[in-house]
Design a protein around this ligand. Structure first.
Ligand code: SAH
Length: 347
């Protein structure tokens, strides 16, 4: 049976027509689902005969909430979600003054191999479908019974390594029949898969693009990010400029600061020279230490120095406020520790 969360309005209309039903029913059905109704019998304006057909052909499949961890410090909630095939992912809900924001996963595991990241340690298990990505937002929204207004694709997985499903997700989540979350309120973070950045730019979504840069030179980047062997920083910046020209959106560069690896004044100056004059913003992320490697977080002083130097090049800089530090907030940590303590295979 097919999961209705995987359907765009157009696709469901086609199904209606093929099954001798009125196409306008498609919008009614999807509207119920995105209002939080996941039982066909709760869809008040749908005739009984169609409900029977729907039950025979479709599921509305949401993951199970396996555990919820709530930070005592800032109210951040981390959800461990389980799919029917036993795979686990994590999503994080952050509460800000401007609304609720969710950080979601796009793959089970990841195959990008970044040295500092917990999600990638045992590689990629599988892609999530567009409906599964959507279901992270839906299940958390239903659980808290409040609207989620911002989404960041910064959980486990590389969104541009699951391009088709992620693009379909972006279309449905921002549609008026879907969750109606504006594309401007969505940020897609990538390690820099250049051809896919061009493809995404051509979609002309107004989604914010965030690039995990983490180094100013290809040599340095290769030490921590294997993808740097495939695409150079120069190629990434060219694709970013194309993205800006197509969308008019400012690019975010993420830079995880690792003590003595990429956090010196020289690093900051070289990064400043590289990005000077570009429509961008740098988000400094004090690296989350994980037990599987020896990377250490930069000191507060070197983080502040780094930010000041970048600012002197006219670059806008923010330092990421750490959310949920008491609940294993770094990417992939929760799933890993759950798998380790419960001795689950599947990776
Ligand atoms: N694959 C995508 C999105 C998921 S990772 C990407 O690479 O952008 C989201 C962000 O968290 C990336 O910037 C990633 O480099 C960063 N990240 C991963 N592990 C981290 C850690 N231990 N500490 C700080 N940031 C980390």
């Amino acid at each position: 049976m097919n999961n209705l969360l995987d359907y765009t309005l157009e696709e469901l209309k086609v199904w209606m027509k093929e099954n001798n039903e009125n196409a306008f029913r498609a919008k009614q059905i999807l509207s119920w689902i995105y209002k939080g109704i996941n039982d066909f019998n709760g869809m008040k304006n749908i005739p009984k005969s169609l409900i029977t057909k729907l039950e025979e052909n479709f599921t509305i499949s949401l993951p199970n909430i396996i555990e919820v961890y709530k930070s005592e410090i800032d109210g951040t909630e981390k959800f461990l979600l389980g799919f029917e095939d036993g795979n686990l992912i994590e999503s994080v809900l952050m509460r800000y003054k401007h609304g609720n924001s969710i950080c979601i996963s796009t793959q089970v595991g990841c195959r990008m191999g970044c040295k500092f990241c917990a999600s990638t340690i045992n590689g990629r298990v599988r892609n999530l479908s567009s409906g599964e990505i959507l279901s992270e937002v839906l299940v958390v929204q239903n659980y808290i019974n409040e609207r989620i207004s911002n989404i960041v694709l910064m959980g486990s997985g590389e969104p541009l390594d699951n391009y088709d499903n992620v693009v379909k997700f972006l279309e449905i989540v921002s549609a008026d029949y879907g969750l109606n979350i504006g594309q401007r309120h969505i940020t897609l973070s990538t390690c820099g898969i250049v051809p896919k950045i061009y493809e995404l730019a051509d979609k002309e979504f107004s989604t914010t693009l965030a690039i995990s840069l983490h180094a100013f030179s290809d040599e340095k980047r290769k030490e921590i990010m294997p993808i740097a062997n495939k695409y150079t920083i120069d190629e990434i910046l060219k694709s970013c400029k194309y993205y800006i020209s197509k969308t008019n959106r400012r690019i975010t560069f993420e830079y995880a600061l690792v003590k003595d690896v990429n956090d010196t004044k020289e690093d900051a100056k070289s990064l400043g020279k590289l990005l000077k004059g570009m429509l961008c913003h740098v988000n400094l992320i004090p690296v989350n230490e994980i037990k599987e490697n020896t990377f250490k977080r930069s000191t507060k002083k070197s983080i502040d120095n780094f930010a000041e130097i970048l600012k002197s090049y006219g670059i806008e800089v923010t330092t990421r406020r750490e959310m949920g530090s008491d609940i294993n907030a770094a990417c992939g940590q929760l799933r890993r520790s759950y798998i380790n303590t419960h001795e689950i295979g599947g990776e």
